[in-house]
Design a protein around this ligand. Structure first.
Ligand code: IMP
Length: 435
């Protein structure tokens, strides 16, 4: 299957909401017309679900492009890698007949260790101790502590270090010294034993050796050879550490803006940015969500959309589409076209609400508030659009959607100022309408 637009040299796929928009399905679709699929941010906190020939694959670290034979799959320097999860994932793929031979990992990507996960949990518990106000509701995958160590430098371990056991041991001794002081009183077992960690990590390093490389040079070599690259954003725009609803965000640059630092490929090479949005809005974890529906509407969306986390299994918070937030994300990412996902979930509502502005302290605004504390004071202003009663999972062309469903898509296009080029009406590859 190919899309109607011709592929550029570089395409990015980024989530426009708070994650779980269905990026995996779109990456899988676009991978067909690219040579290489690249992850540039985040780690095992991301969860991409792809259904191929009725088989469901839940990927966390391995780029979704791996499901297409012959594509190079790259984990860039901006990713934080949980080695055990990576091995688990590659083994599970191999066991299901998917070759992972083409997977390579940047020697400069950072390593998530057992103590990062302990620290993540410890910090969340401590924050929740004050009444839960400052807990972020993280995935507890050690993402924040690992990125913090990357910025701290003295306590960081990179993939390339795994191949230098002496230097690795020294780094882990320093890191354990710091972490023991921080996690005082916690029974950490081998998670804070530098000797045990060194032997575990160097053994994994040996297994990974053929995959470890300088991915920056590799990607530039590919570009020079005329290859087409597809960048797969983990997490999503409103979780971006700089541009999201801080502090209720993850710790990386999830937007297309993170591609340059997370891979070493300059932004000017990017000629298509596909923004992925749901037909409604969801969020996992803490933080403001102006359109959240803690009622029958929210429950109906959750059940029809099977809105439970791929990574943690947590029920997702569900609500109406927030177009103010989505338009901000379109702007930040330089989105060229949009994929509208999970449209089938909205079938059966008489009226569908979309948020087109906020009321903040008596003032109306059509601007997003990219700050978690400010956004908590935003009251959504809705426009009501007619719904559609028919199920649309079997529809295969935009013009065959019910008239009111077509109007919903037109409204989104007009409000965002970009084309909806992909509409998804179910999890399967074939349940995709290309405009
Ligand atoms: P962390 O990334 O585990 O530190 O979690 C920080 C926040 O981002 C929490 O609210 C998580 O639920 C959320 N989060 C992180 N990654 C994803 C994702 O891929 N989808 C949805 N939410 C995510």
């Amino acid at each position: 299957m190919t899309t109607s637009t011709s592929p550029g040299t570089c395409t990015a796929v980024v989530g426009l909401h708070w994650g779980d928009e269905g990026k995996g399905k779109v990456v899988d679709l676009l991978a067909a017309e690219h040579d290489t699929v690249v992850r540039y941010n985040g780690g095992a906190n991301a969860g991409h679900t792809v259904v191929v020939d009725g088989q469901k694959f839940a990927l966390h670290l391995v780029p979704s492009g791996i499901l297409y034979p012959g594509k190079l799959a790259v984990v860039g320097n901006g990713v934080v890698v949980d080695l055990e999860k990576l091995l688990e994932e590659t083994e599970a793929l191999e066991a299901r007949g998917v070759s992972t031979e083409s997977l390579v990992v940047s020697s400069r990507a950072h390593v998530v260790t057992a103590y990062h996960k302990l620290e993540d949990e410890f910090r969340e518990r401590l924050a929740a101790g004050d009444g839960g106000g400052s807990a972020i509701g993280t995935t507890k995958r050690g993402i924040g502590p690992c990125y913090a160590d990357k910025a701290q430098r003295a306590t960081a371990v990179r993939i390339g270090d795994l191949l230098r056991p002496d230097a690795l041991h020294e780094k882990l001794e320093t890191a354990c010294r710091f972490k023991r002081a921080l996690l005082e009183g916690l029974d950490a077992g081998e998670a804070l034993d530098a000797d045990a960690l060194t032997s575990r990590l160097s053994a994994v390093g040996e297994r990974l050796r053929p995959r470890i490389t300088d991915t920056t040079y590799l990607l530039h070599d590919q570009l020079r050879a005329g290859k087409r690259l597809l960048f797969e954003g983990g997490n999503a725009t409103l979780l971006d550490v700089d541009h999201g609803t801080y502090p209720y965000v993850t710790s990386s640059n999830c937007t297309a803006l993170g591609i340059s630092t997370g891979t070493g490929v300059p932004g000017r090479g990017l000629d298509r940015v596909v923004g992925i949005m749901k037909a409604y809005t969801t969020r996992v974890g803490a933080g403001p969500m102006p359109t959240e529906q803690k009622n029958e509407t929210g429950n109906r969306i959750r059940e029809r959309g099977r809105e439970y986390g791929t990574t943690t299994g947590r029920p997702r918070r569900c609500g109406w589409l927030d177009l103010v937030a989505t338009r901000y994300s379109v702007m930040i990412n330089g989105v060229t076209d949009v994929a509208l996902m999970l449209f089938d979930v909205l079938a059966g509502f008489d009226q569908i609400q979309v948020c087109t502005a906020y009321d903040v302290a008596g003032e109306r605004t059509d601007r997003f508030l990219p700050d978690g504390i400010d956004l908590a004071h935003a009251e959504p202003v809705y426009q009501s659009l007619p719904g559609f009663s028919e199920e649309i999972t079997a529809v295969r062309a935009r013009r065959d959607l019910p008239a009111t469903a077509q109007k919903y898509v037109d409204f989104i296009e007009e409000f965002l100022g970009v084309r909806v080029s992909i509409i998804s009406v179910g999890p399967g590859r074939e349940q995709t309408l290309l405009a």
